[in-house]
Write a protein that binds this ligand. Structure first.
Ligand SMILES: *Cc1c(COP(=O)(O)O)cnc(C)c1O
Length: 456
């Protein structure tokens, strides 16, 4: 075991291929259904939204998929990312556990998201796409895609949830800096947006609504515009596996192997990107690492949602997939400051939770910010509020070790820094945040809106 604080890989160690967990899944994937007919979709239907190369990745059974050289060249701007041993946090907690974290905040936009935005922009450019459309909440995904579209000379239309557009201007400005067009959603640019505004001119918007607008623009563009999603889909999770593949090498440099792997889960992409290569070792090499997905109690998709077929978006235009969901009509409570607001969850991550390969844990808002502040004071990095859910679980696990005297090795993914999220920290310091348990009645009500499907 080494006594280093950080483990750095040379550029030559940047992975050559992404890891596709489909090849090792302990359960068969469920079909993706057409939102109108509820029959399994054809590649033709998906090709309205995505280039064929990404559709093939979505369905591929191959264990490894080569990373194109132009994508690797751009990855090199920040990859391989560092892995740290959180020695000062261990000391502060007085725990015998060893805590490691992979730092994805090292990317130009400060999160893991460019790992897939760069790949998606590349494949779209290659397929002759002229422009991409997408949605964004607080703007992490929008800024990651804006950077990537700029590198590959693609136009970009971002539909940004209206409250965030108004209240979180900085990432919007980052998107403008990269050359993207950003619209507050619901907007008057789409039929769906106009319908929402007619009913409620003051609608604050939601991620599901913004997805519906971005999908509509691509679907009605006559093929010139395609749609891009920053999480949930299999190909997005695939692109994120560079995180875990590097981390495996870095753990080897450290001379240890994790007993516990932790990531925060919104749509599931950073969690999957970090955890799947370690799950590969569980599935193919008989290892038994515990893998935990952390989510907010106010948006408890995995811990309190149901594993059923549901629409990917609010307007019921996106494909129907089997996943843990709070219902596509879910609107997150306004008191919730920590991100991770999507109503559903990646179908692969959902299947792994259902099958018992991944454990899900919900954490409350106040204890999450408490963990974020404790981490910042010990390690110096101010984490994104999303990431803080993973940090909360890591600290809880380290404190359990303190009690039991066990010397477990705990590794989590630090999905991004929180430099654009300081208003949420300020709200925490001003005692303006509270814990919120999503009401059972609201979940039950949303479950009455699920699509009727014959497969289950
Ligand atoms: C977007 C984001 C998340 C949540 O998305 P996943 O797809 O679940 O990873 C988590 N952390 C950060 C920093 C993000 O930007």
């Amino acid at each position: 075991m080494s006594d280093s604080v950080k483990y750095l890989l040379d550029e030559s160690k940047l992975p050559q291929a992404w890891y596709n967990i489909n090849a090792d899944m302990p359960v068969a994937p469920q079909p993706v259904l057409h939102p109108g007919t509820m029959e399994p979709v054809t590649p033709d239907f998906l090709s309205v939204l995505f280039p064929m190369s990404l559709i093939m990745q979505e369905m591929s059974p191959e264990r490894y998929i080569e990373i194109p050289e132009p994508v690797r060249e751009i990855y090199k701007l920040w990859r391989p990312t560092p892995m740290f041993r959180a020695r000062r946090l261990e000391q502060a907690l007085d725990t015998p556990a060893h805590i490691y974290y992979k730092y994805e905040g090292a990317s130009p936009v400060g999160s893991h998201k460019p790992n897939t935005s760069v790949a998606q922009a590349f494949y779209n450019k290659e397929a002759g796409t002229q422009a991409l459309t997408t949605e964004t909440g607080a703007g992490q995904w929008g800024s990651a895609l804006a950077m990537a579209c700029n590198f590959f000379d693609l136009d970009l239309e971002v539909y940004m949830v209206k409250v965030s557009y108004q209240q979180k201007p900085y990432r919007r400005m980052v998107m403008h800096t990269y050359g993207a067009d950003v619209y507050a959603s619901p907007s008057d640019r789409t039929e769906y947006g106009r319908a929402v505004l007619a009913e409620n001119p003051n609608s604050p918007g939601s991620l599901g609504m913004a997805i519906s607008e971005a999908v509509e623009v691509a679907a009605t563009s006559g093929g010139t515009k395609k749609y891009s999603l920053g999480s949930v889909l299999n190909h997005v999770l695939l692109h994120q596996t560079v995180i875990g593949l590097e981390a495996l090498e870095q753990m080897e440099m450290a001379g240890e192997y994790p007993d516990i792997i932790i990531g925060c889960a919104g749509g599931g992409s950073n969690f999957a990107g970090f955890a799947f290569p370690f799950l590969r070792e569980n599935f193919t090499n008989g290892l038994n690492t515990k893998v935990i997905a952390a989510e907010p109690s106010s948006c408890p998709t995995l811990t309190r949602g149901e594993y059923v077929f549901d629409f990917g978006d609010t307007a019921a235009m996106a494909p129907v997939v089997k996943m843990y969901t709070l219902g596509h009509t879910f609107i997150p409570p306004s008191i919730h400051a920590g991100g991770l607001r999507y109503h559903g969850m990646s179908p692969i991550v959902s299947a792994l939770v259902e099958n018992g390969d991944v454990e899900a844990r919900a954490v409350h808002q106040l204890e999450t910010f408490e963990a974020a502040v404790q981490f910042a004071r010990a390690e110096g990095i101010v984490p994104a509020p999303e990431t803080a859910h993973a940090i909360r679980v890591a600290i809880d696990e380290a404190l359990k070790c303190k009690e039991s005297g066990e010397k477990k090795v705990i590794a989590f993914n630090l999905s991004g820094h929180g430099h654009f999220d300081m208003a949420a920290y300020e709200a925490y310091f001003n005692d303006e945040l509270e814990d919120y348990e999503y009401p059972e009645e609201d979940i039950a009500e949303a479950m009455t809106q699920l699509p009727e499907v014959s497969v289950q």
